[in-house]
Design a protein around this ligand. Sequence first.
Ligand SMILES: NC(=O)c1ccc[n+]([C@@H]2O[C@H](COP(=O)([O-])OP(=O)(O)OC[C@H]3O[C@@H](n4cnc5c(N)ncnc54)[C@H](OP(=O)(O)O)[C@@H]3O)[C@@H](O)[C@H]2O)c1
Length: 355
Amino acid sequence: MKILFYGAGVLGSLYAARLQEAGQDVPILARGRRLADLKEHGVVLREATGTGKRTATRVGVVERLAQEDAYDLVVVIVRKNQLPSVLPALAGNGHTPDVLFMLNNAAGPRQIVDALGKERVLLGFPVAAGWREGHEVRHLVLPGWLQRMQKTPLGELDGRTSPRLGRIMGAFRVAGIPVEASPNMDAWLKTHASVVVPLELAVQAAGADVRRLSRTRDALVLLARAMRENLMVLRALGAPVTPGSLRMLAWLPEPLLASLLGRFFDTEFTEMGLGTHADDPLDELAQLAGELGDLSRAAGVPTPAADRLRGHLDPAAPPIPDGSARIPMDQHAAVVAALGAAVGALVVLRRSRSR
Ligand SMILES: NC(=O)c1ccc[n+]([C@@H]2O[C@H](COP(=O)([O-])OP(=O)(O)OC[C@H]3O[C@@H](n4cnc5c(N)ncnc54)[C@H](OP(=O)(O)O)[C@@H]3O)[C@@H](O)[C@H]2O)c1
C-alpha cells in the first residue's frame, strides 16, 4: 500500500516508520525544521524505556498534498487544533479515496465530514506515547504483555467492518501494531478525552509536576470528580462509555479512586509520559477542554470540577498548594458500598445458620 502520513510529529513518525519497515511505501508530509530533519536523518526513534534501542528509517518526504497526488490511504496525525489547517488540501485532493484520522477529538467527526464527505473518512486513535528531542522521537515502551493489550482502535463512521478497514488493519498488523475494529469510534474518542483531558489538566493544576500531583489530594479529588462529570455528560448525550471497563470511574468510591490515581502518578513511567507532555504547548489541551465544555452545555449537565481544572490552563492561575488536602471527600459511595457489603455478609450468615 502507498500510505501518506500527514503530520510528521511524535506519533506520525512512530507509526509511519513501523509501516515502512514492514514493507509498505510510506512517505511523510512534513514542514519546517522537521522536514529538513527527516530528509537528513530519516525517522529516528529511540526507546525512552526498555532497552533504549535506537532505529533510523529512511522514508520518502513530501512538502504538500497536491490535487492530483494519488495514495491508497492518507493517515492524518496532527494535534486537534491543527486539523483545520490540513482539511483544505485533503478536500481538494480527488485521488485518495480513504483518509484515516488518528487524533484526539471530543467534538465528533462533523467538521471532517463537512470537508471531505462521509465516504472517505475513517477514524482511529494512536495508542502510544512519546515526545521529540531534536530530530529524535523518544517513545515509551510498555512491558511485553501490556504492549499486546495496547491496541490501536480503528473504525468506520458507521461502525461496519468494511473491506477497506480490514485491509488497513491487516497492514498495521503486519507491521506488528496490535489493532482492533471499533464499532463506535466517536464514543471511544469522546470517552478518551473525558478521561485524559482532566488528567492533563490536573498535572497543570499541580504546577506541571506529576510527582507533586501524586501527593496533592485536592488535585486528585478534582480529577476524580472531573472524570466522573464528563462520563455523566456522555451518558446524558447517549454516547456509551467505550471501552466499557472505564465505567468503573463512575462508581468507584471517591477516596479509593483518588488513592489509586495518586499511585498511578507516583511512577517513573507516568512521570516520563505525562511530565514531558506538560512541557508541550497547551494548545490542543485547551481546544479539547473547550470541546468537553461544549458537550456539557449541550447535555445540560454541569461540570464544576472539570471547569475548575480548566482554569489552570491560564498561566496566571496559581497551582493548587503542594500536598493540600482541604476539599472534603465524598464518602457517600464508600458508605453505601460498606453498607451493601455488611448487608450481604448478614444474609450469607443467616442462610448458613438456617441450614
Ligand atoms: N505524543 C503523545 O504522546 C500522544 C499520545 C497519545 C495521543 N496523542 C495524540 O495524537 C495526536 C498527534 O500527536 P503528536 O504528539 O504526534 O503531535 P505532534 O508531535 O505535535 O505532531 C503533529 C505534527 O503535525 C504537523 N502539522 C500540523 N499541521 C500541519 C500542516 N497543516 N501541514 C503540515 N504539517 C502539519 C506538525 O508540524 P509543526 O510541528 O510544524 O506544527 C507536527 O509535526 C494528537 O491528537 C495527540 O493528542 C499524542
